[in-house]
Design a protein around this ligand. Structure first.
Ligand SMILES: *[C@@H]1O[C@H](CO)[C@@H](O)[C@H](O)[C@H]1NC(C)=O
Ligand SMILES: *[C@@H]1O[C@H](CO)[C@@H](O)[C@H](O)[C@H]1NC(C)=O
Ligand SMILES: *[C@@H]1O[C@H](CO)[C@@H](O)[C@H](O)[C@H]1NC(C)=O
Ligand SMILES: *[C@@H]1O[C@H](CO)[C@@H](O)[C@H](O)[C@H]1NC(C)=O
Length: 138
């Protein structure tokens, strides 16, 4: 039997930080939120590693949604490439994200992200069914 993994809102996160004046570089640091109401907070260290918390707004399971930790790495540029992992704290799944932080025409910071969500297979035969993939443009 195929287990249905939780479909989490991993959709595009758009920056909602209030910024005064013109932004010239994109920074992952801070609070991000997407249209579905999911959000995350990121703290970046000088060495490029970062940690944060991801709070999804939706899931297909009936489990109570809890804030989940994330750990990542970014390249130190003005439009940084990044990758991070979320260990969902309320379900047995892991999601990896990779993408780039951009400034759009209006100077807003946006994240273009691709993700893979892995859930547990009960046996080798079910392995094929337990990875989901998604792309997001915000
Ligand atoms: C990066 O810096 C943080 C905070 O100082 C530290 O905890 C972490 O171990 C460092 N990571 C690497 C890979 O150096
Ligand atoms: C973050 O998302 C959660 C889940 O949708 C929501 O309950 C919470 O209010 C949001 N936090 C902020 C600061 O918007
Ligand atoms: C969630 O709960 C509802 C109502 O109790 C039930 O109908 C539904 O099948 C449950 N969904 C999952 C994924 O367990
Ligand atoms: C396990 O499943 C993943 C997709 O979920 C697939 O990419 C991989 O090739 C599978 N591994 C084997 C050994 O079948």
């Amino acid at each position: 039997m195929m287990k249905i993994p939780a479909v989490l809102t991993l959709a595009l996160l758009s920056l909602t930080l209030c910024t005064d004046g013109k932004v010239t570089r994109c920074s992952l640091a801070g609070f991000w939120k997407n249209d579905l109401g999911s959000n995350m907070t990121i703290d970046i260290f000088e060495n490029g590693t970062f940690i944060g918390k991801y709070l999804t707004a939706v899931s297909t399971t009936n489990k109570t949604i809890l804030q989940s930790p994330l750990v990542g790495y970014q390249q130190p540029t003005d439009v940084p490439l990044f990758g991070f992992t979320v260990r969902w704290s309320f379900i047995n799944s892991i999601t990896v994200f990779t993408g780039q932080c951009f400034l759009d025409e209006s100077g807003q910071q946006v994240l273009y992200t691709t993700w893979l969500l892995r859930s547990e297979a009960q046996n080798l035969q079910d392995n094929w069914s337990q990875t989901r993939y998604g792309c997001m443009v915000t």
